[in-house]
Design a protein around this ligand. Structure first.
Ligand SMILES: C[S@@+](CC[C@H](N)C(=O)[O-])C[C@H]1O[C@@H](n2cnc3c(N)ncnc32)[C@H](O)[C@@H]1O
Length: 232
């Protein structure tokens, strides 16, 4: 593991080809293990995270949501059952097919490092256990793409395994593991305002809570104007 980049810093593996190689290897792991992953995670209870995202959105329901790194579609199905318009996105072709079949939702086959998203389109982005796979050198661009895809006032949810700002290979998958202050700096650079964060699973001592969940708003136009009118 090497130290994860602070916002704005550049590391040794920043060459675009190197980053693509990292994501290809990680995705190949999911592709090979798609069926086992589905069986092992279909019953995971992430209702706390889904509830946190939906509660933070201020627009009138139903919402248009992007499930970023949707895997085989467990949460897409929940969003859709709740009456929202949910679109999935994943880099594994196997997961894309499974998520379409399981949820009946539209699912886009895209790599986080080459996102092509419609601007100002989503009330919420749900990134459950997915953004930690982005190497820190690529994170600013990915967060900027998500910011651009959210409607003004829209909300980004992320849940990631936390750490001490290190990144590297964890077996066949690459991961970046941030503490909250560093994660907040990355989100702030991308233009997000913090709403709140919590650690999971619920109700355990902190050392038994490996997951950091956090919610972020893309300021709406009025908020941006109000801020820029304030004297420094
Ligand atoms: C730990 S799984 C989480 C899946 C699902 N969100 C859940 O909570 O069960 C990470 C997901 O991110 C996807 N992923 C990882 N790296 C990616 C990349 N570079 N581009 C697109 N998807 C990626 C994987 O295919 C996988 O579906």
């Amino acid at each position: 593991m090497r130290e994860a980049n602070d916002p704005g810093a550049h590391g040794a593996d920043d060459a675009p080809g190197a980053l693509d190689g990292i994501t290809r290897r990680t995705l190949a792991h999911y592709e090979r293990n798609a069926r086992q992953f589905f069986a092992g995670t279909i019953d995971h209870d992430v209702s706390q995270n889904i509830g946190a995202l939906l509660a933070a959105i201020e627009a009138p329901a139903p919402f248009t949501l992007l499930d970023l790194g949707c895997g085989p579609g467990r949460d897409l199905k929940t969003f859709s059952t709740l009456g929202h318009r949910a679109v999935g996105l994943d880099g594994s072709a196997e997961f894309v097919a499974m998520a379409r079949a399981y949820s009946g939702c539209e699912v886009w086959h895209q790599d986080f490092l080459h996102l092509d998203l419609p601007p100002d389109s989503f009330d919420g982005v749900f990134a459950n256990a997915s953004l930690f796979h982005v190497p820190s050198a690529a994170l600013p661009e990915v967060l900027a793409a998500l910011h651009g895809a959210l409607k003004p006032g829209g909300v980004l949810f992320s849940s990631n395994p936390r750490g001490h700002n290190e990144e590297g290979w964890n077996g066949p998958r690459y991961g970046s593991y941030y503490d909250y202050p560093t994660w907040e700096r990355h989100l702030a650079v991308a233009g997000f305002v913090p709403l709140h964060h919590y650690y999971r699973p619920e109700g355990l001592p902190r050392e038994q809570q490996p997951w950091l969940a956090s919610l972020w708003r893309k300021p709406n136009v009025n908020q941006r104007t109000e801020r820029s009118n304030h004297p420094a």
